[in-house]
Design a protein around this ligand. Sequence first.
Ligand code: EPU
Length: 423
Amino acid sequence: MSGKERMLITGGQPLQGEVRVSGGKNASVALIPATLLSDEPCVIENLPDIDDVHALVDILRSLGAEVDYQPGAQMRVDPRHADGYTVGYEDAQRLRASYYFIGALLGRRGKAHVSTPGGCRIGQRPIDQHLKGFRALGAEVEERSGMVQAEADRLVGNVISFDMATVGGTINVMLAACKAEGQTTLINAAKEPHIVDLANFLNSMGATIRGAGTDVIRITGHPRLHGTVYQVIPDQIETGTLMIAAAATHGDVTVHDCIPIHMDALSVKLLEMGMMVTATGDSIRVRSTGPQRSVKVTTQVYPGFPTDLQQPMCALLTTVPGTSRVEETIFESRFRHVDELNRMGANITVIEQRTALITGVPELYGAPVTVTDLRAGAALLVAGLMARGQTEIYEPWYIDRGYEHIEEKLRSLGATIRREVSQ
Ligand code: EPU
Protein backbone atom coordinates (compact mmCIF):
# COMPACT_ATOMS: atom_id res chain seq x y z
CA MET A 1 0.00 0.00 0.00
CA SER A 2 1.19 3.54 -0.67
CA GLY A 3 -0.39 6.85 0.35
CA LYS A 4 1.52 8.53 -2.47
CA GLU A 5 -0.28 6.70 -5.20
CA ARG A 6 -3.30 8.07 -6.96
CA MET A 7 -5.50 7.02 -9.81
CA LEU A 8 -6.28 9.55 -12.50
CA ILE A 9 -9.48 9.17 -14.48
CA THR A 10 -10.72 11.38 -17.27
CA GLY A 11 -14.42 10.69 -17.35
CA GLY A 12 -17.33 11.26 -19.63
CA GLN A 13 -16.79 8.43 -22.13
CA PRO A 14 -19.35 5.63 -22.38
CA LEU A 15 -17.80 2.25 -21.54
CA GLN A 16 -18.12 -0.10 -24.51
CA GLY A 17 -17.06 -3.65 -25.14
CA GLU A 18 -16.52 -6.97 -23.42
CA VAL A 19 -14.76 -7.83 -20.19
CA ARG A 20 -14.08 -10.97 -18.19
CA VAL A 21 -14.84 -11.10 -14.50
CA SER A 22 -12.29 -12.56 -12.06
CA GLY A 23 -12.69 -15.17 -9.34
CA GLY A 24 -14.71 -14.12 -6.31
CA LYS A 25 -12.93 -12.28 -3.51
CA ASN A 26 -15.27 -13.24 -0.73
CA ALA A 27 -15.29 -16.89 -1.85
CA SER A 28 -11.49 -17.00 -2.23
CA VAL A 29 -10.86 -15.56 1.21
CA ALA A 30 -12.92 -18.39 2.71
CA LEU A 31 -11.51 -21.20 0.56
CA ILE A 32 -7.85 -20.37 1.23
CA PRO A 33 -8.02 -20.77 5.05
CA ALA A 34 -10.24 -23.84 4.52
CA THR A 35 -7.31 -25.69 2.94
CA LEU A 36 -5.97 -26.11 6.48
CA LEU A 37 -8.77 -28.61 7.14
CA SER A 38 -7.35 -31.02 4.58
CA ASP A 39 -4.78 -33.71 5.31
CA GLU A 40 -3.49 -33.49 1.75
CA PRO A 41 -2.54 -30.77 -0.73
CA CYS A 42 -5.35 -28.75 -2.32
CA VAL A 43 -5.34 -26.79 -5.54
CA ILE A 44 -7.55 -23.72 -6.04
CA GLU A 45 -8.00 -22.26 -9.50
CA ASN A 46 -9.37 -18.92 -10.70
CA LEU A 47 -8.25 -16.99 -7.61
CA PRO A 48 -8.21 -13.23 -8.19
CA ASP A 49 -4.82 -11.52 -8.05
CA ILE A 50 -5.76 -9.11 -5.24
CA ASP A 51 -4.14 -7.96 -2.01
CA ASP A 52 -6.52 -9.91 0.24
CA VAL A 53 -5.39 -13.15 -1.43
CA HIS A 54 -1.73 -12.18 -1.06
CA ALA A 55 -2.28 -11.48 2.65
CA LEU A 56 -3.81 -14.93 3.18
CA VAL A 57 -0.88 -16.60 1.44
CA ASP A 58 1.47 -14.88 3.90
CA ILE A 59 -0.61 -16.09 6.83
CA LEU A 60 -0.74 -19.69 5.56
CA ARG A 61 3.04 -19.68 5.17
CA SER A 62 3.52 -18.22 8.65
CA LEU A 63 1.49 -21.16 9.99
CA GLY A 64 3.83 -23.63 8.27
CA ALA A 65 1.83 -24.50 5.15
CA GLU A 66 3.67 -24.82 1.87
CA VAL A 67 2.07 -22.53 -0.68
CA ASP A 68 2.92 -22.58 -4.36
CA TYR A 69 1.24 -19.54 -5.86
CA GLN A 70 1.84 -17.59 -9.01
CA PRO A 71 -0.60 -14.67 -9.14
CA GLY A 72 -3.02 -15.15 -11.99
CA ALA A 73 -2.53 -18.93 -11.99
CA GLN A 74 -3.53 -21.60 -9.52
CA MET A 75 -2.60 -21.94 -5.87
CA ARG A 76 -1.40 -25.23 -4.39
CA VAL A 77 -1.50 -25.45 -0.61
CA ASP A 78 0.18 -28.32 1.19
CA PRO A 79 -1.03 -28.03 4.79
CA ARG A 80 0.69 -31.17 6.11
CA HIS A 81 3.34 -29.28 8.10
CA ALA A 82 1.13 -26.39 9.18
CA ASP A 83 1.73 -26.71 12.91
CA GLY A 84 1.19 -23.06 13.86
CA TYR A 85 -1.94 -21.82 15.53
CA THR A 86 -1.25 -18.10 15.97
CA VAL A 87 -2.13 -15.25 13.62
CA GLY A 88 -0.64 -12.05 14.99
CA TYR A 89 -1.81 -8.46 14.90
CA GLU A 90 -0.04 -7.29 11.76
CA ASP A 91 -1.26 -10.19 9.63
CA ALA A 92 -4.80 -10.17 11.02
CA GLN A 93 -5.14 -6.41 10.50
CA ARG A 94 -4.53 -6.75 6.79
CA LEU A 95 -8.00 -8.11 6.12
CA ARG A 96 -11.33 -9.04 7.62
CA ALA A 97 -11.14 -12.66 6.49
CA SER A 98 -8.18 -13.35 8.79
CA TYR A 99 -10.90 -14.38 11.26
CA TYR A 100 -11.54 -17.51 9.18
CA PHE A 101 -8.32 -18.88 10.63
CA ILE A 102 -10.15 -19.24 13.96
CA GLY A 103 -12.63 -21.75 12.52
CA ALA A 104 -10.05 -23.43 10.29
CA LEU A 105 -7.41 -23.84 13.03
CA LEU A 106 -9.97 -24.93 15.59
CA GLY A 107 -11.07 -27.62 13.14
CA ARG A 108 -7.51 -28.55 12.23
CA ARG A 109 -5.87 -28.77 15.62
CA GLY A 110 -8.34 -27.67 18.29
CA LYS A 111 -6.41 -24.49 19.00
CA ALA A 112 -6.49 -21.03 17.47
CA HIS A 113 -4.99 -17.77 18.73
CA VAL A 114 -5.96 -15.13 16.22
CA SER A 115 -5.72 -11.38 16.61
CA THR A 116 -9.06 -9.62 16.05
CA PRO A 117 -9.47 -8.83 12.35
CA GLY A 118 -9.00 -5.67 10.32
CA GLY A 119 -10.94 -4.92 7.16
CA CYS A 120 -13.09 -2.06 5.98
CA ARG A 121 -14.42 0.35 8.61
CA ILE A 122 -18.08 0.26 7.69
CA GLY A 123 -19.58 -0.36 11.12
CA GLN A 124 -18.70 -1.98 14.41
CA ARG A 125 -18.59 -5.49 12.94
CA PRO A 126 -18.61 -7.59 16.13
CA ILE A 127 -17.88 -11.33 15.89
CA ASP A 128 -20.02 -12.47 18.82
CA GLN A 129 -21.98 -14.88 16.59
CA HIS A 130 -18.79 -16.61 15.46
CA LEU A 131 -17.68 -17.04 19.06
CA LYS A 132 -21.12 -18.23 20.14
CA GLY A 133 -20.90 -20.92 17.45
CA PHE A 134 -17.43 -22.08 18.50
CA ARG A 135 -18.54 -22.27 22.12
CA ALA A 136 -21.60 -24.30 21.13
CA LEU A 137 -19.24 -26.80 19.48
CA GLY A 138 -17.43 -27.17 22.80
CA ALA A 139 -14.55 -24.71 22.47
CA GLU A 140 -13.34 -22.53 25.31
CA VAL A 141 -13.16 -19.05 23.85
CA GLU A 142 -11.59 -16.01 25.43
CA GLU A 143 -10.91 -12.55 24.08
CA ARG A 144 -7.75 -11.19 25.62
CA SER A 145 -5.52 -8.27 24.61
CA GLY A 146 -7.00 -8.02 21.17
CA MET A 147 -6.62 -11.76 20.58
CA VAL A 148 -9.29 -14.46 20.24
CA GLN A 149 -8.07 -17.62 21.94
CA ALA A 150 -10.20 -20.65 21.12
CA GLU A 151 -9.30 -24.13 22.31
CA ALA A 152 -11.08 -27.48 22.41
CA ASP A 153 -10.01 -31.02 23.32
CA ARG A 154 -12.82 -32.18 21.08
CA LEU A 155 -15.47 -30.43 19.04
CA VAL A 156 -18.98 -31.89 19.17
CA GLY A 157 -21.77 -30.99 16.76
CA ASN A 158 -24.66 -28.87 18.03
CA VAL A 159 -27.61 -26.78 16.90
CA ILE A 160 -26.61 -23.13 16.49
CA SER A 161 -29.13 -20.41 15.77
CA PHE A 162 -27.61 -17.14 14.57
CA ASP A 163 -29.22 -13.93 15.84
CA MET A 164 -28.78 -12.42 12.37
CA ALA A 165 -27.78 -13.86 9.01
CA THR A 166 -24.01 -13.38 9.19
CA VAL A 167 -21.79 -14.31 6.27
CA GLY A 168 -18.60 -14.45 8.31
CA GLY A 169 -20.25 -16.28 11.21
CA THR A 170 -21.82 -18.90 8.95
CA ILE A 171 -18.52 -19.56 7.17
CA ASN A 172 -16.41 -19.63 10.31
CA VAL A 173 -18.62 -22.04 12.22
CA MET A 174 -19.02 -24.21 9.11
CA LEU A 175 -15.22 -24.53 8.96
CA ALA A 176 -14.92 -25.75 12.54
CA ALA A 177 -18.03 -27.95 12.34
CA CYS A 178 -16.56 -29.95 9.44
CA LYS A 179 -14.25 -31.59 11.96
CA ALA A 180 -16.70 -31.82 14.90
CA GLU A 181 -18.07 -35.18 16.00
CA GLY A 182 -21.65 -35.74 14.83
CA GLN A 183 -24.02 -33.29 13.22
CA THR A 184 -24.11 -29.51 13.44
CA THR A 185 -27.17 -27.55 12.32
CA LEU A 186 -26.83 -23.86 11.51
CA ILE A 187 -30.17 -22.05 11.73
CA ASN A 188 -30.64 -18.60 10.15
CA ALA A 189 -27.49 -19.20 8.11
CA ALA A 190 -26.47 -16.63 5.50
CA LYS A 191 -27.17 -17.68 1.89
CA GLU A 192 -24.61 -15.72 -0.16
CA PRO A 193 -23.09 -17.44 -3.22
CA HIS A 194 -19.68 -17.65 -1.54
CA ILE A 195 -21.20 -19.73 1.27
CA VAL A 196 -22.42 -22.24 -1.30
CA ASP A 197 -18.99 -22.15 -2.95
CA LEU A 198 -17.22 -22.88 0.33
CA ALA A 199 -19.62 -25.78 1.03
CA ASN A 200 -18.93 -27.18 -2.45
CA PHE A 201 -15.20 -26.84 -1.87
CA LEU A 202 -15.36 -28.61 1.50
CA ASN A 203 -17.63 -31.32 0.07
CA SER A 204 -15.08 -31.89 -2.69
CA MET A 205 -12.59 -32.56 0.16
CA GLY A 206 -14.93 -35.22 1.58
CA ALA A 207 -16.99 -33.08 3.97
CA THR A 208 -20.74 -33.59 4.31
CA ILE A 209 -22.52 -30.24 4.14
CA ARG A 210 -26.14 -30.05 3.06
CA GLY A 211 -28.42 -27.04 2.66
CA ALA A 212 -25.86 -24.33 1.84
CA GLY A 213 -27.74 -21.58 0.02
CA THR A 214 -30.75 -22.02 2.31
CA ASP A 215 -31.06 -20.71 5.84
CA VAL A 216 -30.56 -24.15 7.44
CA ILE A 217 -27.20 -25.84 6.87
CA ARG A 218 -26.46 -29.34 8.18
CA ILE A 219 -22.86 -30.44 8.58
CA THR A 220 -21.74 -33.94 9.48
CA GLY A 221 -18.20 -33.83 10.82
CA HIS A 222 -15.36 -36.05 9.58
CA PRO A 223 -12.00 -36.57 11.29
CA ARG A 224 -10.11 -36.42 8.00
CA LEU A 225 -10.59 -34.52 4.75
CA HIS A 226 -8.66 -35.17 1.56
CA GLY A 227 -7.11 -32.98 -1.12
CA THR A 228 -9.02 -31.49 -4.03
CA VAL A 229 -8.73 -29.42 -7.18
CA TYR A 230 -11.37 -26.71 -7.23
CA GLN A 231 -12.25 -23.60 -9.22
CA VAL A 232 -13.55 -20.59 -7.30
CA ILE A 233 -16.80 -18.97 -8.52
CA PRO A 234 -16.81 -15.62 -10.35
CA ASP A 235 -16.97 -12.43 -8.32
CA GLN A 236 -20.55 -11.26 -7.85
CA ILE A 237 -19.51 -7.80 -6.71
CA GLU A 238 -16.96 -7.17 -9.46
CA THR A 239 -19.64 -8.22 -11.96
CA GLY A 240 -22.06 -5.78 -10.37
CA THR A 241 -19.52 -2.96 -10.26
CA LEU A 242 -18.84 -3.38 -13.99
CA MET A 243 -22.58 -3.49 -14.73
CA ILE A 244 -23.09 -0.30 -12.74
CA ALA A 245 -20.13 1.38 -14.47
CA ALA A 246 -21.65 0.50 -17.85
CA ALA A 247 -25.01 1.96 -16.83
CA ALA A 248 -23.46 5.04 -15.22
CA THR A 249 -21.52 6.00 -18.37
CA HIS A 250 -24.49 5.30 -20.67
CA GLY A 251 -22.42 2.56 -22.21
CA ASP A 252 -22.84 -0.93 -23.60
CA VAL A 253 -20.81 -3.60 -21.82
CA THR A 254 -20.94 -7.39 -21.81
CA VAL A 255 -19.46 -9.03 -18.72
CA HIS A 256 -18.30 -12.59 -19.42
CA ASP A 257 -17.61 -15.54 -17.11
CA CYS A 258 -20.12 -14.39 -14.49
CA ILE A 259 -23.16 -16.12 -12.96
CA PRO A 260 -26.13 -13.97 -14.06
CA ILE A 261 -28.53 -15.43 -11.46
CA HIS A 262 -26.29 -14.00 -8.71
CA MET A 263 -26.95 -10.60 -10.21
CA ASP A 264 -30.77 -10.72 -10.19
CA ALA A 265 -31.30 -8.07 -7.50
CA LEU A 266 -29.09 -5.59 -9.37
CA SER A 267 -30.39 -6.53 -12.84
CA VAL A 268 -33.98 -5.94 -11.74
CA LYS A 269 -33.03 -2.54 -10.33
CA LEU A 270 -31.24 -1.52 -13.53
CA LEU A 271 -34.26 -2.62 -15.58
CA GLU A 272 -36.48 -0.55 -13.28
CA MET A 273 -34.19 2.42 -13.98
CA GLY A 274 -34.65 2.00 -17.72
CA MET A 275 -31.49 0.10 -18.76
CA MET A 276 -31.43 -2.94 -20.97
CA VAL A 277 -30.03 -6.01 -19.22
CA THR A 278 -29.65 -9.28 -21.11
CA ALA A 279 -28.27 -12.49 -19.64
CA THR A 280 -27.02 -15.28 -21.91
CA GLY A 281 -25.27 -18.32 -20.45
CA ASP A 282 -22.41 -16.99 -18.33
CA SER A 283 -22.55 -13.46 -19.76
CA ILE A 284 -24.58 -10.40 -18.94
CA ARG A 285 -24.95 -7.30 -21.13
CA VAL A 286 -25.93 -3.88 -19.82
CA ARG A 287 -26.91 -1.05 -22.18
CA SER A 288 -28.15 2.37 -21.32
CA THR A 289 -29.51 4.34 -24.23
CA GLY A 290 -32.58 6.22 -23.03
CA PRO A 291 -33.45 8.28 -19.96
CA GLN A 292 -32.82 6.80 -16.51
CA ARG A 293 -35.40 6.76 -13.72
CA SER A 294 -34.84 7.24 -9.99
CA VAL A 295 -35.35 4.22 -7.72
CA LYS A 296 -35.46 3.02 -4.13
CA VAL A 297 -32.73 0.61 -3.09
CA THR A 298 -32.62 -1.28 0.20
CA THR A 299 -29.64 -3.47 1.00
CA GLN A 300 -30.53 -6.94 2.18
CA VAL A 301 -28.90 -10.30 2.70
CA TYR A 302 -28.74 -12.51 -0.39
CA PRO A 303 -30.77 -12.78 -2.59
CA GLY A 304 -31.60 -9.14 -1.83
CA PHE A 305 -29.62 -6.13 -3.05
CA PRO A 306 -26.02 -6.61 -1.81
CA THR A 307 -24.60 -4.07 0.61
CA ASP A 308 -21.31 -4.35 -1.29
CA LEU A 309 -22.97 -2.75 -4.32
CA GLN A 310 -24.72 0.01 -2.39
CA GLN A 311 -21.78 2.40 -2.69
CA PRO A 312 -21.20 2.13 -6.47
CA MET A 313 -24.99 2.24 -6.91
CA CYS A 314 -25.04 5.60 -5.12
CA ALA A 315 -22.52 6.92 -7.66
CA LEU A 316 -24.72 5.78 -10.55
CA LEU A 317 -27.80 7.45 -9.03
CA THR A 318 -26.12 10.87 -8.67
CA THR A 319 -27.09 11.93 -12.18
CA VAL A 320 -30.46 10.19 -12.44
CA PRO A 321 -33.31 12.75 -12.58
CA GLY A 322 -35.55 12.86 -9.51
CA THR A 323 -34.71 11.70 -6.01
CA SER A 324 -33.51 8.18 -5.32
CA ARG A 325 -33.50 6.67 -1.88
CA VAL A 326 -30.81 4.21 -0.78
CA GLU A 327 -31.25 2.48 2.56
CA GLU A 328 -28.34 0.57 4.12
CA THR A 329 -29.63 -2.09 6.52
CA ILE A 330 -26.54 -4.30 6.97
CA PHE A 331 -23.76 -1.96 8.16
CA GLU A 332 -24.30 1.15 10.26
CA SER A 333 -21.66 3.40 8.72
CA ARG A 334 -21.33 2.56 5.09
CA PHE A 335 -21.84 6.06 3.71
CA ARG A 336 -18.33 7.45 3.91
CA HIS A 337 -18.28 7.74 0.11
CA VAL A 338 -21.07 10.34 0.22
CA ASP A 339 -18.89 13.32 1.17
CA GLU A 340 -16.50 12.45 -1.64
CA LEU A 341 -19.31 12.13 -4.20
CA ASN A 342 -20.66 15.50 -3.04
CA ARG A 343 -17.19 16.98 -3.67
CA MET A 344 -17.72 15.93 -7.27
CA GLY A 345 -20.99 17.84 -7.47
CA ALA A 346 -23.45 15.18 -6.32
CA ASN A 347 -26.43 16.17 -4.19
CA ILE A 348 -26.70 13.49 -1.49
CA THR A 349 -28.06 13.87 2.02
CA VAL A 350 -27.79 11.09 4.57
CA ILE A 351 -30.66 10.93 7.04
CA GLU A 352 -30.65 8.93 10.27
CA GLN A 353 -27.23 7.53 9.30
CA ARG A 354 -28.86 4.76 7.29
CA THR A 355 -30.55 6.39 4.32
CA ALA A 356 -29.11 8.42 1.47
CA LEU A 357 -31.41 10.72 -0.47
CA ILE A 358 -29.83 11.32 -3.86
CA THR A 359 -31.20 14.13 -5.99
CA GLY A 360 -29.99 13.80 -9.55
CA VAL A 361 -27.71 16.54 -10.87
CA PRO A 362 -27.05 17.09 -14.61
CA GLU A 363 -23.42 15.95 -14.32
CA LEU A 364 -20.52 15.27 -11.96
CA TYR A 365 -17.22 17.04 -12.36
CA GLY A 366 -13.76 15.70 -11.63
CA ALA A 367 -12.17 16.47 -8.27
CA PRO A 368 -9.53 15.10 -5.91
CA VAL A 369 -11.19 12.48 -3.69
CA THR A 370 -10.03 9.95 -1.11
CA VAL A 371 -11.01 6.30 -0.77
CA THR A 372 -12.10 5.30 2.73
CA ASP A 373 -12.93 1.61 2.16
CA LEU A 374 -12.97 -0.92 -0.66
CA ARG A 375 -16.46 -0.35 -2.05
CA ALA A 376 -16.21 3.40 -1.48
CA GLY A 377 -13.29 3.04 -3.86
CA ALA A 378 -15.59 1.30 -6.36
CA ALA A 379 -18.06 4.18 -5.99
CA LEU A 380 -15.36 6.76 -6.70
CA LEU A 381 -14.16 4.77 -9.72
CA VAL A 382 -17.69 4.81 -11.14
CA ALA A 383 -18.07 8.51 -10.35
CA GLY A 384 -14.72 9.28 -11.96
CA LEU A 385 -15.80 7.48 -15.13
CA MET A 386 -19.01 9.54 -15.19
CA ALA A 387 -17.52 12.94 -14.39
CA ARG A 388 -16.55 15.71 -16.74
CA GLY A 389 -12.80 16.36 -16.47
CA GLN A 390 -10.19 14.65 -14.34
CA THR A 391 -10.77 12.85 -11.05
CA GLU A 392 -7.81 12.11 -8.79
CA ILE A 393 -8.45 9.16 -6.51
CA TYR A 394 -6.20 9.05 -3.45
CA GLU A 395 -5.55 5.87 -1.41
CA PRO A 396 -6.37 3.60 -4.37
CA TRP A 397 -4.75 0.64 -2.59
CA TYR A 398 -8.13 -0.04 -0.98
CA ILE A 399 -9.41 -0.89 -4.46
CA ASP A 400 -6.54 -3.35 -4.98
CA ARG A 401 -7.82 -5.33 -2.00
CA GLY A 402 -10.81 -6.50 -4.01
CA TYR A 403 -10.56 -5.73 -7.74
CA GLU A 404 -8.11 -7.59 -9.96
CA HIS A 405 -6.39 -5.48 -12.64
CA ILE A 406 -9.24 -3.00 -12.58
CA GLU A 407 -7.44 -0.27 -14.53
CA GLU A 408 -6.60 -2.64 -17.41
CA LYS A 409 -10.14 -3.92 -17.47
CA LEU A 410 -11.62 -0.43 -17.58
CA ARG A 411 -9.11 0.70 -20.18
CA SER A 412 -10.14 -2.26 -22.36
CA LEU A 413 -13.66 -0.80 -22.22
CA GLY A 414 -12.43 2.61 -23.40
CA ALA A 415 -11.83 4.37 -20.09
CA THR A 416 -9.00 6.84 -19.66
CA ILE A 417 -7.45 5.77 -16.38
CA ARG A 418 -3.93 5.47 -15.08
CA ARG A 419 -2.05 5.31 -11.83
CA GLU A 420 0.61 7.75 -10.80
CA VAL A 421 3.10 7.62 -8.00
CA SER A 422 4.08 11.07 -6.78
CA GLN A 423 7.46 11.58 -5.07
N1 EPU B 1 -22.76 -9.12 12.93
C1 EPU B 1 -22.84 -9.15 14.30
N2 EPU B 1 -22.20 -10.15 14.97
C2 EPU B 1 -21.48 -11.11 14.34
C3 EPU B 1 -21.39 -11.08 12.94
C4 EPU B 1 -22.04 -10.06 12.25
O1 EPU B 1 -23.48 -8.31 14.91
O2 EPU B 1 -20.92 -11.97 15.01
C5 EPU B 1 -23.46 -8.07 12.18
C6 EPU B 1 -22.49 -7.13 11.46
O3 EPU B 1 -22.03 -6.10 12.30
C7 EPU B 1 -23.34 -6.64 10.32
C8 EPU B 1 -24.22 -7.85 9.97
O4 EPU B 1 -24.21 -8.68 11.14
O5 EPU B 1 -24.16 -5.59 10.76
C9 EPU B 1 -23.76 -8.67 8.80
O6 EPU B 1 -22.37 -8.98 8.92
P1 EPU B 1 -21.70 -10.23 8.20
O7 EPU B 1 -21.11 -11.10 9.26
O8 EPU B 1 -22.65 -10.84 7.24
O9 EPU B 1 -20.53 -9.53 7.38
P2 EPU B 1 -19.00 -9.91 7.34
O10 EPU B 1 -18.82 -11.38 7.39
O11 EPU B 1 -18.25 -9.05 8.30
C10 EPU B 1 -18.96 -10.22 4.75
C11 EPU B 1 -18.12 -9.70 3.61
C12 EPU B 1 -18.43 -8.24 3.40
C13 EPU B 1 -19.91 -8.09 3.08
C14 EPU B 1 -20.76 -8.73 4.18
C15 EPU B 1 -22.23 -8.75 3.88
C16 EPU B 1 -16.10 -11.01 3.66
C17 EPU B 1 -14.67 -11.11 4.02
N3 EPU B 1 -16.72 -9.88 3.96
O12 EPU B 1 -18.61 -9.43 5.88
O13 EPU B 1 -17.66 -7.82 2.29
O14 EPU B 1 -20.23 -6.73 3.00
O15 EPU B 1 -20.33 -10.10 4.39
O16 EPU B 1 -22.49 -9.41 2.70
O17 EPU B 1 -16.68 -11.95 3.10
C18 EPU B 1 -16.56 -6.25 0.95
O18 EPU B 1 -16.31 -7.19 0.17
O19 EPU B 1 -16.34 -5.04 0.67
C19 EPU B 1 -17.13 -6.56 2.25
C20 EPU B 1 -17.18 -5.68 3.23
